[in-house]
Design a protein around this ligand. Structure first.
Ligand code: C5P
Length: 223
């Protein structure tokens, strides 16, 4: 491929988007948060009470959803049928349902198609669960991120506290992440797995700056 694709996959809340945004900003690439797409679809399914076992209902829903990204300062803002949903998709009721929705084959097929279109001609950094394996198996650089589960829960809990979601305990956050990791790694359709050629980045003891420096070194080797 002529354009450059950096794929970042890994477990929930282990800093993928922080690294992806920093990389995109430094390299002047476009950042695409694939998880936001699955979250927005999930929000639509919740709002419209779509029965996940009803094939036709899921299909109809997918047809009536339009997702768009609006980039502001590398913070990806996403709209669901022109409605700005960037904040709502991060709330717990969406997080708790997203893995179930993203396991549906038709949902994945549609999302992968849209993601591949976004990466057809531009230089991009995309983060998610199957970017290096299913969406862009030919990405020039792939990272697989991981971190200690307890540390991840602490980071995520703090983020939620800072945003005012104060009623959720650390234990609930831990359980929610564990549940999502389990669902994402054991599903049938493109489960979360490290691509053979992905560089493992365990950031348990690394600062964002250290992660960025490491990732930039790897990217420059492939440019
Ligand atoms: O990255 P984020 O945590 O926002 O992703 C939310 C959920 O969306 C994941 O837990 C996973 O179930 C799903 N997802 C996926 N494939 C991707 C990105 C996200 O299945 N490429």
């Amino acid at each position: 491929r002529k354009n450059m694709v950096v794929a970042i996959d890994g477990y929930s809340s282990c800093g993928k988007s922080t690294l992806a945004k920093a990389l995109a900003k430094t390299l002047d690439f476009i950042y695409i948060d694939s998880g936001a797409m699955y979250r927005a679809i999930t929000l639509y399914f919740i709002r419209n009470q779509v029965d996940l076992n009803d094939f036709k209902a899921v299909d109809d829903a997918l047809r009536s959803i339009e997702l768009n990204f609006h980039s502001k300062d590398y913070e990806s803002h996403i709209t669901l049928n022109n409605d700005e949903v960037s904040e709502e998709i991060r709330l717990m009721h969406v997080s708790d349902k997203v893995s179930e929705v993203s396991a549906i084959k038709e949902v994945r097929l549609e999302m992968v198609k849209q993601q591949q279109r976004m990466g057809r001609s531009k230089n991009i950094v995309m983060d998610g669960r199957d970017i290096g394996t299913a969406v862009f198996p030919d990405a020039q650089v792939k990272f697989f991120m991981t971190a200690d589960p307890g540390i991840r829960a602490q980071r995520r809990h703090k983020e939620m506290q800072d945003k005012g979601e104060t009623q959720i305990t650390l234990e609930e956050v831990f359980d929610s992440l564990a549940h999502r990791d389990y669902a994402d790694t054991t599903r049938v359709e493109s489960p979360l797995v490290r691509a053979e050629d992905a560089i493992v980045l365990d950031n348990t003891d690394l600062s964002p700056k250290e992660q960025l420096d490491f990732a930039l070194t790897m990217v420059h080797r492939h440019m």
